[in-house]
Design a protein around this ligand. Structure first.
Ligand code: ADP
Ligand code: F6P
Length: 472
C-alpha cells in the first residue's frame, strides 16, 4: 500500500459493511460523533484511515473513498468481544462516563486490548510515510501512541480523546492504569474536549508516573508531551445546506402534519446508550403528563434512539427498559392515533435528521455525561429559521460552548421537568436571542476550525493544517 503523509487511526472505518460489499463505496457514516467529525474533514484530504470495518474476520479489500485510502484492521470474534465490547466498552466507556453504569473489569480482556492496539500501531506504521503525521483517536486505542513511537520514532503523533477523561478518583480504579497513561503519553500532543480533562491527566501523570506536569505539558522520561482542549464540532455548512434543501423543507412540513399541526414537538436523538440519560428523560416526561403540565392533545415527544453496541448486555438491558417504559407511557397517556411518545429505534439519513431538527419546538439533549454531544450542535446549525429551543445537559461538553441553551442537571428529575416546561413556555424573543448567540458561536467554531487548531498545535508551524485543511 502507498504511504501517506497524514494517517488517521480510529477504531471504526467511517463506512458500513453494505457500502463495502456492493463495491460502490461512498462515505456512509456510521452513527456516532467521531465518524461524523472526521468525515467532514477528510473528504478532500489525501490521507489514509486505519480502522475496523465492523465485521468479524478478514476484511475485503476496500476501495478508496474520494481522496481517502482505507486500511482495514480485521478483528476475530474473540477480539471483538475482548477488545471492543470488553475492555473498550464495558471497562473504559462506563468508567470514563462517571461510572453511571458499573464498569466491568475482566482480566482476560486486557491482553486482547493490548494485542489489538499493537495491530493498529503496526498498520499505522506500515502506511505512514517518512515524518508523516499520525492522528490516533479515542479510548479504544489508548496504547497506540507509545507503541507507534517505538516502531516509528520519526513520526509526529497526535492523540485525541473524544470522550471525557475522568478525575483521578475514578481513573485510579483501573487495574492497568499505568500502562494506559504511558500509552497516551507516547503522543506529541494529547487533545481533549475540555480543559478539565487535561488537568485530570496532569494530576494522574504526577501521581502515577512522578512526571513534571502542568495542564499544558507533561514531562516524563526526558520527553515533553503537550496537552490541551480542542472542543470538537460539526460540518456546519453541510447541516445548513441540508436544512434549506427543498426535499428537506417538504419533509419538515410533512412531519409537522403527521405529528398533528397544533402540537408542541419535543425531539431527542441519541445513540441508544446509558450515558445519554434517556431513562431520566422518560421519567420526567411521564411525570409531566401525570401532573397535567403537558397533555397529549397539544404536546408530543419524538425519541429517536439508534441501535448501538447491541452485543453488550448492558445495552440490550437498557433497550428493554426503555421500550418497556415507552410502552407504559403510551399505554397510560396515549390516545387512538395519538401516542404520547413516538419512539424510533433506527438509523436516519442526514437529510432526515435535518428535517427532524427543524420540526422540534424544543430539542432535548440531556446526557448524564458526554464528551461533547454533536447532536446539540447539529440542531443549532439546522435552525436556519433561528427558532426552536435547546434544553442541554450541564454534563455534555457542548454546554461549555452553548451556554445560552436552557441548561439542566439531568440527574435531577425535578430540574428536568422545570427546564422542559421553561423551554416549552419561553417567548419567541427569548428563544431567538439564545439561538442567535449559539448559531454565531458554531459558525465560527466548526469542524474545520477544530482540525486546524489541533494540527497547528501538533506541528507548531501551521504547515500541516494549511496543507490538509486549508486556510480559514
Ligand atoms: P456519540 O459520539 O456518543 O454517538 P454525538 O452526539 O456526539 O454522540 O454524535 C452522534 C452522531 O450520530 C451525530 O452526528 C448524529 O447525527 C448521529 N446520529 C444520531 N442518531 C442517529 C440516527 N438515528 N441515525 C443516524 N445518525 C444518527
Ligand atoms: O467517542 C464516542 C464513540 O465511541 C465514537 O468512537 C463513536 O463515534 C461513537 O461513540 C459510536 O460508537 P461505536 O463505534 O461503538 O458504534
Amino acid at each position: 500500500m502507498r504511504q501517506s503523509s497524514l494517517v488517521v487511526v480510529a477504531n471504526r472505518l467511517p463506512l458500513d459493511d453494505s457500502a463495502a460489499r456492493d463495491g460502490a463505496c461512498e462515505w456512509r457514516r456510521s452513527p456516532g460523533g467521531l465518524s461524523g467529525a472526521l468525515h467532514a474533514i477528510l473528504q478532500q484530504t489525501p490521507a489514509t484511515w486505519v480502522g475496523w470495518d465492523g465485521e468479524i474476520g478478514l476484511s475485503p479489500r476496500l476501495p478508496d473513498i474520494g481522496s481517502v485510502r482505507l486500511r482495514p484492521v480485521a478483528l476475530s470474534a474473540e477480539e471483538q468481544a475482548g477488545y471492543y465490547e470488553g475492555f473498550a466498552n464495558s471497562t473504559l466507556w462506563p468508567l470514563y462516563h462517571d461510572a453511571v453504569q458499573q464498569p466491568v473489569f475482566q482480566r482476560e480482556w486486557w491482553e486482547t486490548y493490548r494485542s489489538v492496539n499493537q495491530r493498529f500501531a503496526e498498520a499505522a506504521a506500515e502506511v505512514a510515510g517518512k515524518h508523516a503525521a499520525v492522528w490516533v483517536q479515542d479510548y479504544h486505542l489508548q496504547l497506540v501512541p507509545r507503541m507507534l513511537r517505538e516502531l516509528r520514532p520519526d513520526l509526529l503523533i497526535g492523540f485525541f480523546m473524544h470522550v471525557p477523561f475522568p478525575p483521578p478518583e475514578l481513573f485510579m480504579q483501573l487495574p492497568r492504569r499505568v500502562e494506559l497513561l504511558r500509552g497516551m503519553l507516547g503522543a506529541d500532543l494529547v487533545g481533549f474536549q475540555r480543559e478539565q480533562a487535561a488537568h485530570n491527566l496532569a494530576q494522574l501523570a504526577q501521581k502515577l508516573l512522578g512526571a513534571d506536569a502542568t495542564d499544558d505539558a507533561i514531562t516524563v522520561g526526558g520527553r515533553t508531551v503537550r496537552t490541551g482542549a480542542f472542543p470538537v464540532s460539526i460540518d456546519v455548512g453541510e447541516m445548513r445546506a441540508l436544512a434549506t434543501r427543498p426535499d428537506v423543507v417538504a419533509q419538515v412540513k410533512q412531519l409537522r402534519h403527521d405529528l398533528g399541526e397544533a402540537k408542541r414537538v419535543l425531539v431527542s436523538v441519541d445513540r441508544l446508550d446509558y450515558t445519554k440519560g434517556i431513562e431520566h428523560r422518560l421519567t420526567a416526561y411521564r411525570e409531566l403528563l401525570r401532573d397535567g403540565h403537558v397533555k397529549v392533545r397539544d404536546t408530543v415527544l419524538v425519541q429517536v434512539a439508534v441501535p448501538s453496541r447491541e452485543r453488550v448486555e448492558s445495552y440490550r438491558d437498557l433497550r428493554d427498559r426503555i421500550e418497556g417504559e415507552v410502552g407504559r407511557i403510551n399505554g397510560e397517556y396515549g390516545r387512538v392515533g395519538e401516542p404520547a411518545i413516538h419512539y424510533l429505534n433506527q438509523p436516519f439519513s442526514r437529510a432526515q435528521l435535518a428535517a427532524l431538527y427543524q420540526t422540534a419546538d424544543v430539542m432535548v439533549v440531556t446526557p448524564l455525561r458526554d464528551g461533547m454531544n454533536l447532536v446539540a450542535k447539529e440542531f443549532v446549525a439546522a435552525r436556519e429559521d433561528g427558532a426552536g429551543a435547546l434544553v442541554l445537559s450541564e454534563f455534555a461538553g457542548a454546554a461549555a460552548e452553548l451556554s445560552q441553551a436552557y441548561l439542566v442537571n439531568p440527574h435531577d428529575v425535578d430540574d428536568l421537568k422545570q427546564t422542559l416546561l421553561r423551554a416549552l413556555e419561553a417567548g419567541p424573543e427569548d428563544r431567538a436571542a439564545r439561538m442567535e448567540a449559539m448559531r454565531r458561536h458554531i459558525a465560527e467554531h466548526d469542524i474545520l476550525a477544530w482540525a486546524r487548531a489541533y494540527l497547528t498545535e501538533l506541528d507548531h508551524t501551521g504547515r500541516l493544517a494549511r496543507r490538509f485543511i486549508g486556510r480559514p
